[in-house]
Design a protein around this ligand. Structure first.
Ligand SMILES: [Zn+2]
Length: 178
């Protein structure tokens, strides 16, 4: 036979709603925290805390609201922000540029290399990886630095581009992994 308080506990779990006195005390003494944070303290959902406060007609003071806002802002910095991309904004050829702008930068960079080769400012070299002399292409690590190129054969250029794309998605992949 179940104890009464145990029964209450079970039924509150089943309903997912309705709080014990202790839980109510936790909620009411932590109104400077967000509903989500309070929920974590008592293993309840954000929505159930919100419902409880609405039902009781409890409104936070402007000081409590300000405290929550500053905490939320703090929690959303850097890697805690849902838009965090592994710090890739610090990487060359940043993710935040649109595809169209990236393509323009890429085309311009290639054009600059072509002209630099024509006027002798850039001289193609053997592939940096395998030493091949044919089909040498200028590989850009960063298209925003058009004249900084690595000379690679076609095969190794494809690999290098794949690596850069992988790094753009997740820069924990080492640049020099093969
Ligand atoms: Zn090569």
């Amino acid at each position: 036979m179940m104890e009464t308080n145990q029964l209450n506990f079970v039924s509150s779990l089943v309903r997912g709603y309705g709080f014990t006195e202790r839980e109510e005390n936790v909620i009411l003494s932590n109104l400077s925290l967000s509903n989500k944070e309070i929920g974590k303290m008592i293993f309840r959902t954000e929505a159930s805390i919100r419902k409880f406060l609405n039902k009781k007609g409890i409104k936070r003071s402007k000081f409590q609201l300000a405290a929550i806002r500053s905490q939320v802002a703090e929690n959303q910095k850097g890697e805690h922000n849902p838009n965090w991309r592994n710090g890739s904004s610090k990487f060359p050829y940043r993710y935040k540029k649109s595809r169209a702008i990236k393509d323009k930068i890429k085309i311009l960079a290639r054009e600059k290399v072509r002209r630099a080769i024509l006027r002798g400012a850039l001289i193609p070299q053997p592939c940096e990886v395998c030493g091949k002399l044919e089909n040498i292409e200028g590989h850009h690590w960063d298209y925003t630095k058009p004249l900084e190129v690595n000379w690679l054969c076609k095969e190794h250029h494809i690999k290098a581009d794949q690596q850069r794309r992988a790094i753009e998605c997740n820069f924990t992949v080492s640049r020099y992994d093969s």
